[in-house]
Design a protein around this ligand. Structure first.
Ligand code: PEP
Ligand code: MN
Length: 449
């Protein structure tokens, strides 16, 4: 069964069939073969924006909240699990009245009722009212002794936001008691901070406190670039019935790159969106950059990558803020920034135009050729395998491997393909070749017995 995925794959119907079979294999709990993975990779590389949900009509699959399958570890690739989640509610279904990407703004921390009042007033005067107002009430500080948030009292001040702006509010929760207090004060949306996402015990405790509650939850990425932890936290929420979920990309701690407070890693939100079609990711440029300058550039990159909204820390007097003073902006500056961002159209929401359709057809055709070439290449690999079997040669020869890697990488780089891409691609192809030949040797030995 492992080699059911041949390379004679060309048209759309076969692509869909392959995806269906892969999903079915996952559903049946099969280990996915590296060939499957490579084909999936080709599909993903060629069509980064398209919808790739593995939606199966099987009722049983629908009933399962998550489906997991172990990937074999393939060369440099670190995809380990592929989960299929039931389509969850998107941000537009949270009742926020969205027509554009979600804008979340407000101070890092609620400090005083006067501060909240002033920020709201300036937002209104500037006509820069976000869709969701943020304020931290419990602040997870790196060192004790820093301002750790005003606590429950601050949630009472949120009435000011409702009074001035009539918009929902969101705050960070880090444990079950925070959840209980936030729910008591009717906070509309919760978020889980980066320092909490790293800790499955804390995330599970929050999840248990939310069991059966219908409230949207946004999960920030963990401090370290671990996609599994990020997904794990989202899954824990989903498992207790939270279907209104979003992720927040706030960058990853990096001791060496001083340009950022937390370095962005755009492939992470993209992996997340690919693995869970429909998962929306908000960008938090404030915690990525850590300074006022550079916020716009990161926010624009997020929109270019197709992220779904922005969370920007906003304070009427940023320099005097009790936390994260360097990165907060005034409502006036927020307005300038939002007005200068080029918000891209979501392709999901519109019909692709003629030109795009033509270009996509061209890519489909090239993919067909690529697959024909791969088929041919593996046929030659099989002949080499037969030759090795006949002459008692081992499959792997390091000199040859080194030569293939170096020469092809150089050629690829000369054709403007990145070195990293070339190496990953060659590892993948080589690993498959070695496995095929090793299988041939094993079959030869079995025949002899
Ligand atoms: C915050 O949003 O104020 C915060 C503490 O963020 P993070 O968890 O991303 O550090
Ligand atoms: Mn902050």
């Amino acid at each position: 069964m492992n080699h059911w995925l041949g390379w004679q794959i060309g048209n759309k119907a076969s692509e869909n069939l392959i995806l269906f079979l892969i999903c079915l294999r996952l559903h049946l709990g099969h280990v996915i073969h590296s060939t499957d993975l490579f084909y999936l990779l080709l599909l993903l590389l060629s069509k980064p924006k398209s919808n790739r949900s593995c939606v199966l009509s099987s009722q049983k699959l629908k009933e399962n909240k998550t489906q997991k399958a172990r990937f074999e570890r393939v060369g440099l690739f670190s995809f380990q699990t592929l989960r299929i989640m039931k389509p969850h509610k998107q941000i537009k279904d949270w009742g926020l009245g969205l027509t554009t990407p979600l804008i979340i703004a407000g101070p890092c921390s609620a400090e005083t009722p006067e501060q909240i009042e002033q920020i709201c007033k300036e937002m209104k005067e500037e006509n820069m009212v976000p869709q969701l107002f943020r304020a931290g009430i419990w602040k997870p500080r790196t060192r004790p002794g820093s301002f750790e948030g005003v606590g429950e009292e601050g949630l009472k001040w949120m009435e000011i936001v409702r009074h001035h702006l009539n918009i929902p509010i969101t705050t960070e929760v880090g444990n079950a008691s925070h959840v209980e207090i936030a729910l008591k004060h009717k906070v509309d949306v919760l978020w889980i901070g980066a320092r909490t996402t790293v800790n499955p015990f804390a995330v599970q405790e929050i999840a248990e406190a939310l069991r059966g509650v219908d409230i949207p939850v946004m999960v920030k990425n963990p401090m370290n670039p671990d996609l599994e932890l990020w997904m794990g936290a989202l899954e824990r929420m989903y498992a207790v019935g939270i279907e209104k979920l979003a992720a927040i990309h706030r960058g990853f701690s990096d001791a060496y790159d001083k340009r950022f407070r937390n370095k962005p890693n755009w492939s992470m939100p993209i992996h997340l969106k690919r693995q869970w079609t429909g998962m929306e990711v908000i960008n938090d440029p404030s915690h990525i950059v850590g300074r006022r300058d550079g916020l716009l550039e990161v926010a624009q990159s997020a929109m270019n990558f197709g992220l779904d909204g922005l969370m920007i820390e906003t304070h009427h007097d940023p320099d005097k803020a009790w936390s994260d003073a360097k990165q907060q902006v005034t409502p006036a500056r927020l307005k300038e920034m939002i007005n200068s961002i080029d918000f891209k159209e979501s392709l999901e929401a519109m019909q692709p135009d003629e030109k795009l359709q033509d270009l996509r057809r061209a890519v489909d055709h090239l993919d067909d050729q690529l697959l024909d070439i791969l088929q041919e290449r593996f046929a030659v690999i099989d002949q080499i395998g037969a030759h090795k079997r006949e002459h008692h040669l081992s499959v792997f020869q390091s000199d040859r491997w080194k030569d293939v890697m170096e020469s092809r990488t150089q050629k690829g780089v000369a054709k403007h393909l990145s070195e990293k891409f070339m190496k990953e691609l060659l590892y993948c192809i080589h690993e498959e070749s070695v496995k095929r030949q090793e299988k041939q040797l094993r079959e030869g030995e079995a025949l002899k017995k």
